[in-house]
Design a protein around this ligand. Sequence first.
Ligand SMILES: Cc1cc2nc3c(=O)[nH]c(=O)nc-3n(C[C@H](O)[C@H](O)[C@H](O)COP(=O)(O)OP(=O)(O)OC[C@H]3O[C@@H](n4cnc5c(N)ncnc54)[C@H](O)[C@@H]3O)c2cc1C
Length: 427
Amino acid sequence: MVKSKKKYNFTYTANFSSKIIKPKNIKELRQYLNKPFTIVGNMRSYGDTFIGNGNHISLSNFNNILNLDIKRRVIEIESGASLRDMNEKIFNKGLILPCMPGCKYVSIGGMIANNISGKLLTNNKIENFIHSIKLINNKNKIIECSRKKNKFFFYLSIGGKGRTGPIISAKIKLSKLNSSFIKQESLYFDSYDSFFELLIKLKKFRYGVCWVDFTKENFEGILFLGSHYNTKDKKHFFYYDLKLPSFVTYLISLIVKMKLTTIIFNYFFKTKNKLFKTNILKLNNFFFPQNKIVNWNEFFKPHGFFQFQIYLNQNNLPFIIDKIKKLMNIYQIFSNFSIIKFHDNKNINKFSLSLDFPIYNNKKKIKKFINYLVKKYDLEVELSKDIVLNKLNNSTLNKNDIFNQNNKMYFNKNFNSNIFKRLLKYD
Ligand SMILES: Cc1cc2nc3c(=O)[nH]c(=O)nc-3n(C[C@H](O)[C@H](O)[C@H](O)COP(=O)(O)OP(=O)(O)OC[C@H]3O[C@@H](n4cnc5c(N)ncnc54)[C@H](O)[C@@H]3O)c2cc1C
């Protein structure tokens, strides 16, 4: 295998050195599928889903928009195109994919294979917006799959982390976009009761995300709610995000892993949002605030950070969050960034909680903490973010058919990646 410079996941917690192969056409791609392979998107994952021990194949040469049906609001796009490429094309045509991750540099294939979630208050998974996908199956044939045709391939490939073979293209359902702005309201809460009271307001909004201050003993944070803001100004803004020079990211890395830094940052963040409760934001600022500094992940070099994401409901949210806080004190670890998102398709009853843990000399402790917590409370973990679990628990397995060996007739036997190796324990 040809070795080259190390490539890392976004959190700097896993890497590989082999060269990335970029087939130019389907014929070439098919040939590579006869040998052990892993599929690489734009490597923005927090976990180890795109890292394996075969050829790393990228579909970056498959990056065209094949069709844009403005009337029916459907785009057919190749999997190697980035979300940014797609947005540049569709925003100006008055269309938007309402379910987008907080990063526009991801590939379409990567978004589908990880079944990303966005800021929607309902239907907050990209699976709800995929009409059909074309992929190369385990017989090395191109097949089209949808909810009606080849449906097992369809369901297993969305969130399938590449295991059913490379997705070539997808037909994606878009929504009408009548403005280039989002009106955002910031609502402060300082207890579980005040948080649940605020949820009544959700019905008036389309998007929402909740920032939680995990350095506080009480349940405190800001609920951000947003809707498209009707204005005559339909001009869309595409500007360059900032990439900080390495000496600046190095200087920041010296303080970012200190709990005191998080306490100070949280104080100012909270104060600002308590003072400025209503904001009119450009689409990019609302959907991709983390892209303003593209290389902020370098602040966490050299050890990186772990993201731990679990799903909760109204009943167990307070109990589990209290338990997490108590255990974090015992293990002496802290989360510098904590987010709650909404995941129910009808009522507001399913939430995801994601916690970022900076790594310094505490790697073993964080791993122990996460594995203990998941096992003890049988928590459902979002595997696209995970790199720490050493065993699949029932709640997580039940939601991830791609890890169920009963479905193996749909898997490509030449495919491998670290997450499957780690959780299914094969060599
Ligand atoms: C700043 C930031 C914010 C983020 N915010 C969110 C968020 O809000 N919500 C969320 O859900 N995620 C979020 N993410 C994570 C990110 O959206 C996902 O990990 C996404 O899948 C990464 O896409 P990628 O193109 O980089 O794919 P990669 O990370 O390279 O690969 C991801 C998976 O997709 C597979 N894959 C890639 N292309 C194909 C293909 N063509 N066919 C089959 N399989 C393929 C890979 O094998 C791998 O399993 C964020 C990431 C960053 C960096």
